[in-house]
Write a protein that binds this ligand. Sequence first.
Ligand code: NAI
Length: 720
Amino acid sequence: MTALKFELGADGIALLSIAVTGRPMNVLTPELLAELAQAVERIAGDAAIKGAILTSGKPGAFVAGADLKDLVTAFDRGIDAVEASKASTEISALFRRLETSGKPYAAAINGLALGGGLELCLACHYRVLADDAKTVIGLPEVQVGLLPGAGGTQRLPRLIGIPNALPLLLQGKQVKPAEALKLGIVHALAPAAEVVAKAREWLLATPSAEQPWDKKNYRIPGGAGPMAAHASQTFIAGNALTSANTNGNYPAPPAILSCVYEGTQLPFDTGLRIESKYFGKLLAGAVARNLIRTLFVNKGAAEKLASRPQGVAKSKVAKLGVLGAGMMGAGVAHVSAQAGIEVVLLDASLEQAEKGKAGIAALQGKDLAKGRTTQEKIDTLLARIRPTADYADLAGCDLIVEAVFEKRELKAEVTAKAEAVIPATATFGSNTSTLPITGLAQASKRPAQFIGIHFFSPVEKMPLVELIVGKETSQETIAKALDYVAQIRKTPIIVRDFPGFFTSRVFGTFTQEGLRMLLDGIAPALIENAAKLAGFPVGPLAVSDEVTLSLQQSIFKQQDADGLDDKYRGRIGRPVIDKMVDELKRPGRRFGAGFYDYPEGGGKQLWPGLAQAFPVKAEQPEVEVLKQRFLSIMALETARCFEEGVVVNPIDADLGSILGIGYPAWTGGTLSYIDTLGAKDFVAQCQQLAQDWGERFAPSPWLLARAAGGERFYALAQAA
Ligand code: NAI
């Protein structure tokens, strides 16, 4: 056996230790399942075997569920709902055979048990869980657009009651040992090293080979029967919870509710069949595929730097220089010091630099108050950050991240000063948000070592870093920048130098589309709600207020001066900005007045005067159309970036759009959105939008050609 070790003790107890080879953690592989099936039959057929213990032969984790990479392979093969249901039915049948084979099974859970791992434990008659700080158990399938398809939606509610089971199933909430015991998910806790002994004790003293739900007169806990009044209340609450969180974009929560609702009113085995049917539909659907591929597998791949230039030795930053200790510079210093890097934090005066460091200390203080760190760790972290105003302190830095004011001349000045001190091999990164990298590199004596390293605010929270490759940036520099991003545990994307790079350019089309809707006579509340219903975290009017309307206006003016080609500007909302700033004197949140009012006591409301400033038409479009406008305009701009070579790898576009600018996760990203609809349907949708709302929606000839050829951005992506 390669995944399951079978040892029979003199006391008649079989010890089954799971140790899946070739994977860092135990996952449910076909080999493991096949070997488990053999073991179950051997145990059932051998009168000398009294019972069995299931445990992990790999410390730290029991079983972490399915390997998401295996699922992506299945997607790429084009798995359909029938095949997916069948896979779920087969695992369910195995677990059902285990629990009804007449022999008692005890799960000695010596580490985390998630998804299918926990479902296997739930099929055992007794569960003892390692009582340590790292262990959690749960059914996180919903987070990847799936449901627990190996009995989880049937056993958990029957074990702990529907109200207690729903948060675990619908939100994927993971619980620690004490809570698992309190909820009744496990029977006992023990130190990790003793769970096997405890399981053996149970098997020898008080074994039972019958599950509660297979006993006569079984009733679901917490109610007189499946249809008890409070149970239906729970479903109403569950429904509300589901739709409030997902706005109908995510099919998994309603499917889970259906499994629990239908399944708990029917015999157990029928419940399992219902679960497999819903599981198949979800696995074959687009949302699970998009979520898993972009946010789990490709995000992981990006972290492992799949697109890193070949043949460049791996590098590590030991000493980092940050120029500018403002909001962004301090954030960069913070996350870098957290990754163990020595940081020189330079500003125009020592006082300013120290202010930046004090901000970091304050954030750490908040974490301390919440019990997330210790004073000792804070002291170590802060000791790594040296505030200064003296360029000589930058000597020996491997990397510079420049984050001074967004002014070309100033950036040129600090670049020259830093380069006079740092080693000839050092990399220079600019965190500019709007200035083309190739232009900034002109101030450098080593433009090949110059690159854009664009962080997002707040740096501590935002996972994305956009690397911008200038005309002269070398492959080695790209590799070094990628290594640095990996070192600070963020997700990099690589884009070509272009005004607005990738993320700002695509994001601009979202906010501008929202402003344009005001000019179309659409009610402001409808605009904001449509964006939220589509899955954007914030509406375009609120986000424009945050960014500050006067700042957007000055960017437009800068672009005018640079003589940019109009088609890239996404400036269709400019009349709104000009009117808000110049005429109505409402330049944004920072000034207490923008599209919203910001009363002193906190909170915000849409400014009632908007309806007069931008008259609302009597007839309003369907919310669906507005959602399409937001989703499509950003997808179109991304396709244009792809066409122009600003992004080369669809993964970069998808990750950048979700992690950087809040494109809804259910789509899988801007290019996956097109792939999911199918390029043909996408261009048809855009042509309709162009007819109704303006030429900006007209697909380019290049995109039309791709659509006609039935091509996909992900060659392997399958139609939903
Ligand atoms: P900020 O105004 O908070 O910080 C700029 C810092 O640069 C200040 O502490 C200032 O004292 C310092 N500085 C000015 N002149 C200097 C000099 N001669 N030498 C050394 N330090 C000097 O600005 P913020 O928001 O941190 O932005 C910095 C850069 O990051 C800008 O290029 C901006 O476009 C870019 N960026 C900003 C984002 C944001 O959301 N705020 C997002 C991504 C990039």
